[in-house]
Design a protein around this ligand. Structure first.
Ligand code: MG
Length: 410
């Protein structure tokens, strides 16, 4: 079945978000550069607003240079947290409508709408719905250009072709003709180096690229030459990387304000952490087979081990008991416990197994009831009495590191 791929790209992203956040900046030439507290005169333009672009301000231009071209330019320091929030909203909107969602950059997503849209007319309607939804969730200043096509390559070329706020639909029979109208520099996969090499060969447009025999391109560029040949006709076998796939592991770790010195402290903190892990596990309707526990000491040395369970679990008590059994034999308290971590992996997407034993059945009923409390009142709605003394009770925010988020950063 032929795919229908949509590419959504915010226009002048950072600048639009700043203008959305601050009405005084709307309609004005602004440039996002550097970060708060930095020397903005020495930084370069990360994003220019539509108004600034019209005056000739470009990305990667030094701010002093931009100021020279456009004296009324307002330089705004970058605020990554603000942009991340809008990216998250974009992803959430897309997940409502798409079969698959791939985040391509902070302000771009590819979504597979083959099933959701059924045909190109449906895809156009879907694009308009997404646009309306984005306006409601991100604000009217944050406009996006949307491209719809049979593959990622052409969908991106399509969204690129009309800015701002464009909607360009390229049906399969229109692909060859549409691609001809696009400059080579707009192709995702043709960088400046390639462009230069192609220019040396006399190839400066899609049309001239098409005239180079496929075999010749392969001779010059190996398998990339094959890609170039196909791309010039708008053909690509690119597939969406699905970001909605379930997590591979879930974990929490915590660095204590003071090194822990006693076993009960370690045990209680492991339990509190295991409860958090278990809660997230159940939220994703998953169970885990592997449990990992680790410790770091005041001297920055550390240790950890893992075990595979026979029966997958999703309750905090079992996870913490296993974590404790893993850590206890190797714990060297005299070194002072600075950090503890618990994580689960080998996740399976299945419902909680129903137990044959009465005691466990009752335990599951309790867990289910507590989950509904948390769903309603938030993750901190309840705590075990035995974990009330744990160190991270005093901290209301930033008490853990999300392992997946950390893994994604690196
Ligand atoms: Mg963009």
């Amino acid at each position: 079945m032929d795919k229908i791929i949509m590419h959504i790209d915010f226009n002048s992203f950072f600048a639009s978000v700043e203008q959305q956040a601050n009405p005084h900046l709307r309609g004005k030439a602004i440039a996002v550069a550097g970060k708060a507290g930095g020397d903005l005169r020495r930084s370069v333009v990360t994003t220019a607003s539509r108004e600034a672009k019209a005056r000739g301000v470009k990305t990667a231009m030094a701010t002093w240079e931009a100021k020279k071209i456009c004296p009324e330019l307002i330089i705004v320091p970058g605020d990554p947290q603000k942009y991340a929030m809008i990216t998250e909203r974009l992803l959430n909107v897309c997940r409502k409508y798409a079969d698959n969602v791939e985040q391509f950059s902070t302000d771009e997503v590819f979504i597979d709408v083959t099933l959701a849209a059924d045909n190109y007319f449906g895809a156009s309607m879907l694009a308009l719905m997404i646009r309306r939804d984005l306006k409601a969730t991100c604000g009217s200043v944050c406009t996006a250009s949307i491209g719809v096509a049979p593959n990622k390559l052409v969908a991106k070329l399509a969204s690129e072709s009309v800015k701002p706020n464009g909607l360009t639909v390229v049906r399969p029979h229109e692909v060859e003709a549409f691609v001809r109208t696009r400059p080579l520099a707009d192709f995702c996969g043709i960088g400046r180096q390639t462009e230069k090499r192609l220019a040396e060969l006399g190839v400066t447009s899609v049309d001239t690229l098409r005239t180079v025999p496929r075999a010749r391109l392969i001779e010059l560029f190996k398998s990339y030459g094959e890609w170039l040949h196909d791309a010039s006709f708008g053909q690509a076998t690119d597939v969406l990387k699905d970001d909605t796939l379930p997590a591979k592991s879930i974990g929490h770790s915590y660095t204590f304000p003071h090194d822990l010195q006693t076993l009960p402290e370690v045990k209680k903190n492991l339990l509190a952490m295991a409860d958090k892990v278990a809660w997230r596990l159940r939220q994703q309707k998953m169970v885990a087979k592997r449990i990992t526990a680790y410790v770091r000491y005041g001297d920055f040395g550390g240790d950890g081990s893992a075990r595979l369970l026979n029966v997958p679990v999703s309750d905090g008590l079992t996870i913490s008991q296993n974590a404790w059994q893993l850590l206890a034999p190797q714990l060297e308290l005299e070194r002072g416990v600075r950090l503890l971590g618990v994580s689960v992996s080998e996740l399976q997407n299945v419902a909680l197994p129903t137990s044959l034993f009465r005691k466990e059945q009752r335990m599951q009923q309790v867990v289910t009831a507590l989950d509904s409390v948390q769903t309603k009142f938030g993750a901190d709605a309840w705590r075990r009495a035995s974990t009330l003394q744990t160190s991270f009770r005093e901290r209301t925010s930033g008490w853990h590191y999300d392992h997946l988020a950390m893994a994604n950063q690196t």
